[in-house]
Design a protein around this ligand. Sequence first.
Ligand SMILES: Cc1cc2nc3c(=O)[nH]c(=O)nc-3n(C[C@H](O)[C@H](O)[C@H](O)COP(=O)(O)OP(=O)(O)OC[C@H]3O[C@@H](n4cnc5c(N)ncnc54)[C@H](O)[C@@H]3O)c2cc1C
Length: 556
Amino acid sequence: MIEDARRISPDTIIEADLCIVGGGSAAISVALEYMKSGRTVVLLPGGGPHQTSSAIDLYRGRVERPRTHEPLEENRLRMWGGTTTVWGGRCIPFDAIDFEERSWVPASGWPVGLDELKEYIARANELSEAGKADFDARSVFPEKQAEILRGFDDEDFATWPLERWSIPTDYSKRYRTDLEVASNVRVFMHSHAIHLQVDPGGTRVERVVAACKPERSFQIHAKQTVLACGALENARLLLTSKDILPEGIGNHHDLVGRYYQSHRFGVCGYVKLRDPNKDFMYEFERDNEGVYCRRRFWLTPEAQAKYKTANVIGFFFRAVSDESEHRNAMVSLVMLVKTLLGGARKGPKRLMEIIKDQRKELLSHLWIVLNDAPSLFGQVGAVVYTRFIQKRRLPIILPQRKSNHFPLFYQTEHVPLHESRVYLDPTSTDDFGMPRLVADIRFSEVDYHTIRTFVNQFKQRMEQSGLGTLHLSNADLDFLAHPELKKFNSNAHNIGTTRMSTSPESGVVDTDCRVHGVENLYIAGASVFPTSGHANPTLMLIALALRLGEHLRSKA
Ligand SMILES: Cc1cc2nc3c(=O)[nH]c(=O)nc-3n(C[C@H](O)[C@H](O)[C@H](O)COP(=O)(O)OP(=O)(O)OC[C@H]3O[C@@H](n4cnc5c(N)ncnc54)[C@H](O)[C@@H]3O)c2cc1C
């Protein structure tokens, strides 16, 4: 059932077997799995079907050191469906090495392994409509060349790993009917959890206090509670609920909000190939179910151990906004539309800031579009069709191969650091009186070393293989010499604030995602990841959410 929390009388008490706080992919995945038990579930999605300005305001916070993180309300959607309402749909599993303790990656090692999670990754992939969970070009496309460039792969690089792309599935629309018709599920639109009330001993959640407006609160009395509000809000709710435990729930060891991770990503240099028309698997391919797939350059686990880097991949992309010299009118048009529409969605103030911030690049894109307008006529129709009319969307408009200009995009694991964290701002609260967050994200020498090594080894391999050259500008060389952060955007990859561990001294949740020391409180989402891998987080977090739903279902 889908109900409107604004119609609930103040102080109402709702009973349920399970209360799930959140309405994104993590929350919906736990619900879909748990509801099979026939027991009752309540979802509090933290908003309604549309994002409102008052909901956006609930996410506002502060960034320690300007420009080291995007504004906290920028990439997060406080609404039913969460960020799946806008996500790109890139699905990538974690690699076996991501779960290992690596001496050169501090705080690495998961208390669960890939083998244990494989079946859930497969189900997460299905739920995301990204096809069969086979991420190996050698078996998905056996009749084709496995490498991106024939003759490129060696002991340092493998290019057969695939990423798969979801439709992209908006979980709020795709699974709405399943939840609506289920007699044991109640979704309360426009409801926000504002407090977790634990018993006097601090070992059980007795009730979740929720509200749709500041003066209209109600309560959920549930046997079990799952927080699935995204990595920043999961930490915030635990830290805010401190009437019984002054340090916050699950925070005996000052770990809630710590080890905050994302990824490092960006474009460094561009490749010019000897022959872009020969033995080059560049564009998206569709598997036998029509799912878009693409290969990527992966620094092999052996090479990661040899060079002591974190996990890292690369692929050919388009230039990002501060590098518009690729001179492709279609790409420039897409960049302009995306930047301006994306900014407009965030409100006029943020749009003006974005225009001011990126004025030079936007003008440069506009110039390219105006100069090359005739070339757009044929392309726009095809792009509108593949991007917006086809049920399964073409994930990205890539520059044409005939340009022979392929910007190298890298995406690295972000090494977990104790001092990288979010914490409560003692000076500011939201409309519900909840302290806002401060984000203080940090990167380490291993992160810088990983980018530097990946780009340098890639350049060397390109030249050794005789397949082409990676061109690095002075700005690229300068960046590689000092890849410290001046400006950062997490792109909604928020990871690790309630990390998983076997003991409470080293993490916040146990291997069942239960908060250490609290018998009936669980967490779903990327906040439980001990390390970030290089992979975009959603597939993995859905896998863990399904595993959690199954665990809760199996409990008496
Ligand atoms: C533009 C964009 C593109 C992306 N592309 C990709 C991609 O291609 N691949 C990928 O892997 N990832 C991608 N992501 C990231 C991905 O969307 C997230 O990793 C993932 O959806 C997170 O799911 P979640 O359920 O944990 O959190 P969210 O989606 O953030 O959902 C959190 C939910 O909790 C609710 N909530 C918050 N606070 C409260 C509260 N106090 N009470 C009740 N409810 C609350 C919110 O309303 C929301 O429903 C992208 C993100 C963005 C913004």
